[in-house]
Each structure stands twice: as structure tokens, then as C-alpha cells.
Ligand binder design. Structure first.
Ligand code: NAD
Length: 497
């Protein structure tokens, strides 16, 4: 069902919004100890939205203390699962009641179209509900012993989980971490991206209203190299749950090694291949899906289908269809429900994307459309398509994280699989074909955490999401992610004869 609000409604609501800008620490909203703040800007207009508390080591230390105290108290960690379920379901209800507001905050803060933000919110709410509903359905085990012993395998919370998340799906990435981590009984400290901190702070109020005990959920806005690093190095943290770039993921593993060997779950970058075989029935539809796979969310998607691999037998005609589809996916005001793409998150990312486009041209790829940003104060880059890309080119190998598609040709199934796997990443892959034998053969050979067959980005809460190779080692969603946030404990009892 489409949303009833018009462009004018969203503009009016945006004018009425106020933001929480302080950290949610222990049981209070506080400024950073030194009073430092950082600006968060609407990338569609260039206007500053708010100045937010820039947390650092003192806030990290205090938050860990509060979180540990909550673990010791046990009013969440040792609460009956049914009680945790009740409170998390209440949080989901509150998010539902504030869905428009939360979606609007993300759209203003990071530039994605409002329709996209509403979709993210549905996903986030669904994730909190799924984990709440799951938690009182997880049983321990009784080991198969002889009658003289009883071996129990129990699941216990890890303790303190730090969730460090990116800006491209601010609340959905947050929910994918905090949903299972809270459901499993942990205390969670959330470090939102410095590029999109506002919705997490609004969520903190809702969490308090839902009844989460003090110290069980805290939000520390600030930079990665300050508060993020302090949390990651803390001896009082048991787990880092991270979504972000591969480079920062590697740093977090080092911090864990330098401190207390805390668990590190990583959901990192990608350069996902999308394979189109010549036997597809409806090439117009496939071309539209392939364009959406890269241009959705301005290409700022970890699983963006950024490498399109097309059978050379149909490549020329297919690329024409793709260009026609891209024509309908132009960027526009993120508050307009008709906009397919919004603004690039900030100037740094915008310059990075434009730099990749210049490198693509310099390295000899054929620029078929786009490439030039729109004029004006907003950071808008139209759908950009390069054909004739090779694995040696930067745009064919590195994660651009923008609306830039690299098209490759292939002559055989083997070559397609080889090209697809020729990457340091392994997050997602797509394959389009009507041949069931080929589908099964290729799906198994692709080195990827998920393979989409005749769709892109399909799936729901029931299936795990994550990568292989340098795309990470963790899994979000499904009961597998819930299991990641608990520890197995063995209790071996010797029974009197
Ligand atoms: P980023 O790695 O720059 O930042 C992610 C988070 O890490 C931010 O909160 C940042 O402040 C923090 N951080 C940065 N340096 C840190 C440090 N030294 N110590 C602790 N924390 C630190 O990534 P980004 O630009 O926010 O997001 C884009 C990246 O995220 C892309 O590579 C994208 O592929 C990836 N991503 C992956 C998934 C997935 O599920 N695999 C989903 C979304 C985004």
C-alpha cells in the first residue's frame, strides 16, 4: 500500500522536526564531557540540521561502566525471556507509532529518498519483532550421556555488546545488531555513524519508554577514531558487532587482539557481481532489475550489484535496455515520494564517487551515461554506466559506494564464474537464467554469502545475511544471528549412584 503523505506533507513535517542531539548515557541524555559537538548536514540542501555531542573516551568508559552494572544487576541479562520479549515488542510498537518521524530523520540526515527510509523502517521494526518473538523459543540442550551424568548445554548472554554501524541504512543496520543482541540478554552500546547520528538518539527515547532498564541500551554519537576506537579497545566489552568498511573491520580485529580478545562480528564491503545469461526470457525486466540493483539508495548499498556481467551474445542489446531503465531512475528531492534516488551522503563520499568516475574514463572504460553531477547545493550524482570494464580497472575492482555500474562481457559460463569470483569481496551475487541446471551449478560455484537467483536483494528475516572473504565473518538476521549473541556454557553433573 502506498504511503498517504505527499511531497508537501513531508516538507511540512520536516520543518516541524526537532532533534535530540545529546548522548544517551546510563539513564540520562548528556553532552560530551569536554562540550565538543559536530555538525550533521542535510546533503540534499547543504543546510546544517544539528550539532551533536561528540563523545570520546570518557563517555566510552562511563557507558561501559553502566552496561557492566546492568549485566551484574541482571534485570535484563537474567530476566525471563518472556519479559525481554514483552519489552522488545513494546519497542517495536513504539517504532511503528513513530515510523514517519524516524524515516524522515534518516532521509534528512543522509539523503536517501523518503520511500526508501520508510522501507528501512519496516525492515527495522520487523527485525526487532522477529528477535523478540524468537527469544522464548530457544532451548538449551541435554547431552547424550549415560545415567551416571547429566550434561547441560546452556545459552547465556555474552555481556556487553558494542554495535558500530554505518550511515547507509541507519536504523535498519542498527536493528540488525541490537535486535538479536538485546533479545539474547546483552547490554548494548550503539555507536551510530557520525554521518547519520540523529535517528539512533530518537530511538534511545523510545527504548527508555518501552521499559529497557538503565544501562541496557545506550547511544554514543561521535567519530570512529575517537569514541568508536575507545569502545573497541575497552577491556569491559565482550563483543563488537560491526557493519562498515573492510578497512575499519580490519582495525577492529586488531583492537580486539590488543585488548581482551572480544568477539568481532564483521559485515563489511562488497563488489557484487550480477550475472546475466543469454537464455533469460524477459530481458527488459532483467535490465530494469539490474539497474535497480545498482542505483537503489544512490548505490550506497553494501550489496549493490555494481559489477554487471553479461553474455556477449546479448550484451549490446542488453546494455541499451539497461540505459533506458536507468533513465527512469534519476535523483531528486529525497522528500518527494516520486524520487527514485536521493543525495550522496556527504561531500567526502561525493568527491570519492566522482573521482572513481574520472578514473574509469582515464583507464579506458566506455562511459555510456551519467558521470556529471547535477548543479546546485545538493550532492546529486545521476545513474552512471561504464561498459567494457576489465578487472584491472579501479571501477571494476574497488567498492565505489555510489551510483556507478561497471559492465563486463563474458563468452562462457566458466569465464562468468571466474570473473565473478575474481574479487577480494564475497558479499552478494545475482544470477539470471531459465536453465535450472546452470542455476544450481553457478550458484554453488559463486564465492558469496548470498546468491540471488532471478531477483536482486531478495530475502526476509528468516535467512542469514553476511559475507565471505573480505566482506566479513558475521551473519545478521535469522536465528543464526541470535545465536551469535549468546555463549554456550556446559554444566556437567555427576549423579549419585
Ligand atoms: P566506515 O567503516 O567508514 O564506518 C562504519 C562505522 O565505523 C562508523 O560508525 C564509523 O564511525 C566507525 N569507525 C570508523 N573508524 C573506526 C575506528 N577506528 N574504530 C571504531 N569505529 C570506527 O563505513 P561507512 O562509510 O559508514 O559505511 C560504508 C561501508 O559499510 C561500505 O564499505 C559498505 O559496504 C559497508 N556496509 C556493509 C554492510 C553489510 O551488511 N555487509 C551493510 C551496510 C554497509
Amino acid at each position: 500500500m502506498s504511503h498517504p503523505f505527499t511531497h508537501a506533507d513531508w516538507q511540512r513535517l520536516a520543518g516541524e522536526l526537532t532533534f535530540e542531539t545529546r548522548a544517551w548515557l546510563g539513564e540520562a541524555f548528556v553532552e560530551a564531557a569536554g562540550g565538543e559537538r559536530f555538525a550533521t548536514v542535510n546533503p540534499a540542501t547543504g543546510e546544517m540540521l544539528a550539532e551533536v555531542a561528540a563523545c570520546d573516551a570518557p563517555e566510552a568508559e562511563a557507558a561501559v561502566r553502566h552496561a557492566r552494572a546492568a549485566v551484574e544487576r541482571g534485570d535484563w541479562a537474567r530476566a525471563a525471556p518472556a519479559e525481554r520479549k514483552r519489552i522488545l515488542l513494546r519497542l517495536a510498537e513504539l517504532m511503528e507509532a513513530h515510523k514517519n518521524e524516524l524515516a524522515l530523520i534518516d532521509t534528512l540526515d543522509m539523503g536517501k529518498p523518503i520511500t526508501s527510509s520508510l522501507g528501512d523502517l519496516s525492515g527495522a521494526i520487523n527485525c526487532i519483532r522477529y528477535n523478540a518473538e524468537s527469544i522464548d523459543k530457544v532451548y538449551g540442550e541435554v547431552a547424550p550421556t549415560g545415567e551416571e551424568s547429566l550434561g547441560l548445554v546452556l545459552r547465556e548472554p555474552l555481556g556487553v555488546v558494542v554495535a558500530i554501524v554505518p550511515w547507509n541504512f541507519p536504523l535498519m543496520m542498527t536493528a540488525w545488531k541490537i535486535g538479536p543482541a538485546l533479545a539474547a540478554g546483552n547490554s548494548v552500546i550503539l555507536k551510530p555513524s557520525e554521518k547519520s547520528p540523529l535517528s539512533a538518539l530518537r530511538l534511545a527515547r523510545l527504548a527508555k519508554e518501552a521499559g529497557l532498564p538503565d544501562g541496557v541500551f545506550q547511544v554514543l554519537p561521535g567519530f570512529g577514531h575517537t569514541v568508536g576506537k575507545a569502545l573497541a579497545l575497552s577491556m569491559g566489552v565482550d563483543c563488537l558487532a560491526f557493519t562498515g568498511s573492510t578497512a575499519v573491520g580490519k582495525q577492529l580485529m586488531q583492537y580486539a587482539g590488543q585488548s581482551n580478545l572480544k568477539r568481532v562480528y564483521l559485515e563489511c564491503g562488497g563488489k557484487s557481481p550480477n550475472l546475466v545469461f543469454a537464455d533469460c526470457r524477459d530481458l527488459d525486466a532483467v535490465a530494469r532489475h539490474a539497474a535497480e540493483a545498482i542505483f537503489h539508495n544512490q548505490g550506497e548499498v553494501c550489496i549493490a550489484g555494481s559489477r554487471l556481467l553479461v553474455d556477449n551474445a546479448i550484451r549490446e542489446a542488453f546494455v541499451d535496455k539497461l540505459l533506458a531503465a536507468a533513465e527512469t531512475m534519476q535523483p531528486g528531492d529525497p522528500l518527494d515520494p516520486a524520487s527514485f534516488m536521493g543525495a550522496i551522503v556527504d561531500r567526502t563520499q561525493y568527491e570519492r564517487v566522482l573521482d572513481y568516475i574520472r578514473r574509469g574514463v582515464a583507464e579506458g572504460a566506455v562511459l555510456r551515461r551519467g558521470g556529471e553531477p547535477l548543479e546546485g547545493a545538493g550532492l546529486f550524482i545521476p545513474p552512471t554506466v561504464f561498459d567494457g570494464v576489465t578487472p584491472a580497472m579501479a571501477i571494476g575492482r574497488e567498492e565505489v559506494f555510489g551510483p556507478v555500474l561497471a559492465v563486463f562481457g563474458f563468452d562462457s559460463e566458466d569465464q562468468a564464474v571466474h570473473l565473478a569470483n575474481d574479487s577480494e569481496y564475497g558479499l552478494a551475487a545475482g544470477l539470471w537464467s531459465q536453465d535450472i541446471d546452470r542455476i544450481m551449478r553457478v550458484a554453488r560455484r559463486l564465492q558469496s554469502g548470498q546468491v540471488f537467483v532471478n531477483n536482486w536483494a531478495g530475502g526476509d528475516m528468516t535467512v542469514p545475511f553476511g559475507g565471505v572473504k573480505q566482506s566479513g565473518n558475521g551473519r545478521d538476521k535469522s536465528h543464526h544471528s541470535l545465536a551469535e549473541y549468546s555463549e554456550l556454557k556446559t554444566v556437567w553433573m555427576t549423579l549419585a549412584p
